[in-house]
Design a protein around this ligand. Structure first.
Ligand code: NDP
Length: 460
């Protein structure tokens, strides 16, 4: 009999924690999971899932606008925020219940309260005051929104509050140029909110391929978003009926809602990690090796708390690899290369592999770039100027595809399949040998011609 209360204690019932907890319980391990908020984590409760529903809601706004060009008479369409908000929250609660159920049905104990470490094997449950011990501990506490500490920051919301607003503002100012800022600016604009997106850099989506960044900037503008570059907020002041935000160049923007989408930080404050000998980096991320093992040998960490690739499916894969390593005697390191992902602007971004700049840095003049930009068929009748950008990057004589980037309708769906191609190391010749599916937007990916072969155009 083990001297510990549990074989595995998981802190955090998000994507990574629930997957690992459930798998360990199914292997017959004595498992407990603690969650201070609703089970499901950021993705289910205040991230990917509710966000995607809001994107769907915003897309209806766009579709209604374009519907007359397809013969529909839609004179009195009006968006009702509480209807969508409440429907989304009901779905979030349903999914959260499923997450809790998955653990409990498989025999894991779910503590619905905050857990903190006392030492490397002891966990303190802060509400009940109970202390339990575990042989192995998995830190899966995710991240939380971060905002700069400017004057008046208390007036701003973050993505945590965005899903349950009492009312939709008439004007919104979204600050940031990353995933969340770009997605929410698109959501608000689609819902008819007069939206400004203010970013401190000169192209949205820092770190993405240069052509994606340019295309997303155009997408936002075509959606009616007033995109402002090279602006950092300095102060938020309450004013009659709203707020005034002052920027570093002295300019001011009046708005009803200030949404700070200025990044996320690992959720490790006050977790007791130091007491357990777990080392963190300067941002508070748990430092782990390729097996997700921390500096304390019995403590592992997966997901956003490790600040590797902060995406739900990655946390799940890291959690699964952790189970293989620790409970199945099969040392497994999750391979973080070529992870496909999407940004749900309207239309979205789908991306996998290297940017052109990264490819050129890695492979020099062995890189060939193929790309196109066109107005998709769906936009012709409606007169929409929204375009689709596609880009494929290869390396070497064999022309192995090392990156694909799409900004266009359904690109989030398309990139999932293309991610398989890139992961499998397919070549441009394999793409060319594949027959097109007609008429689709995706067919362009098998007919791409070189852009300007081997000309250095980007560093991103
Ligand atoms: P991001 O890192 O994507 O964006 C943060 C933005 O805030 C950047 O534009 C950054 O500018 C800006 N910023 C940072 N500090 C300041 C500051 N002091 N003043 C003004 N602007 C500032 O973070 P998000 O919060 O949008 O998303 C966090 C992570 O969550 C993402 O990286 C992604 O991994 C994940 N996510 C994934 C989604 C998806 O898969 N669709 C959706 C949402 C989130 P700069 O670029 O100049 O540093």
């Amino acid at each position: 009999m083990s001297k510990y209360d549990y074989d595995l204690f998981v802190i955090g019932a998000g994507s990574g924690g629930v997957r690992a907890g459930r798998l360990a319980a199914q292997l017959g391990q004595r498992v407990a999971v603690a969650e201070e908020s609703k089970p499901g984590g950021t993705c289910v409760v205040r991230g990917c899932v509710p966000k995607k529903y809001l994107v769907y809601g915003a897309e209806y706004g766009d579709a209604i606008k374009k519907a007359p060009s397809y013969g529909w008479d839609v004179k009195s369409a009006k968006f009702n925020w509480p209807v969508l908000r409440d429907a989304v929250q009901a779905e979030v609660n349903r999914l959260s219940g499923i997450y809790a159920g998955i653990l409990e049905k498989n025999g894991a104990t779910l503590y619905r309260e905050r857990a903190e470490l006392v030492d490397a094997h002891t966990i303190h449950l802060t509400e009940s005051g109970v202390e339990v011990t575990a042989k192995t501990i998995l830190i899966a506490v995710g991240g939380r929104p971060w905002a700069p500490n400017i004057k008046g920051i208390e007036h701003a919301i973050t993505s945590d509050e965005a899903f349950t607003l009492d009312k939709l503002p008439e004007r919104a100012l979204v600050i940031g140029g990353g995933y969340i800022a770009s997605e929410f600016a698109g959501i608000y604009a689609g819902m008819g909110v007069k939206t400004v997106q203010a970013y401190r850099g000169d192209a949205l989506l820092n770190g993405f391929d240069t052509d994606v960044r340019k295309a997303v900037g155009e997408v936002q503008i075509r959606n009616g978003i007033d995109v402002k570059f090279n602006l950092s907020p300095k102060e938020i002041k309450k004013a009659s009926g709203g707020y005034i935000v002052t920027f570093d160049d002295g300019s001011k923007i009046g708005t009803d809602l200030v949404f700070m989408a200025t990044g996320r930080k690992p959720n490790t404050d006050g977790l007791g990690l130091e007491k357990a000998g777990v080392e963190m980096d300067k941002n508070g991320a748990v430092i782990v090796d390729e097996y997700s093992q921390s500096s304390a040998k019995n403590i592992y960490a997966v997901g956003d708390v490790t600040n590797r690739v902060n995406l739900t499916p990655v946390a799940i894969r890291e959690g699964m690899a952790f189970i293989e390593t620790v409970f199945k005697a099969n040392k497994s390191a999750y391979d973080h290369s070529n992870i496909a992902s999407a940004v749900f602007t309207r239309p979205p971004v789908g991306t996998v592999g290297l940017t052109e700049g990264q490819a050129r840095q890695t492979y020099g003049d062995k890189v060939t770039v193929y790309s196109t930009s066109f107005r998709p068929m769906k936009n012709i009748l409606s007169g929409s100027e929204q375009r689709c950008m596609m880009k494929l990057i290869t390396q070497g004589k064999k022309e192995i595809v090392v990156g694909v980037h799409i900004v266009g309708d359904d690109s989030a769906e398309i990139i999932q399949a293309l991610g398989i191609c890139v992961k499998a190391g397919l070549t441009k010749a394999d793409f060319d040998a594949t027959c097109a599916v007609h008429p689709t937007l995706a067919e362009e990916i098998v007919t791409l011609k070189p852009k300007e072969p081997n000309k250095v155009t980007a560093v991103t």
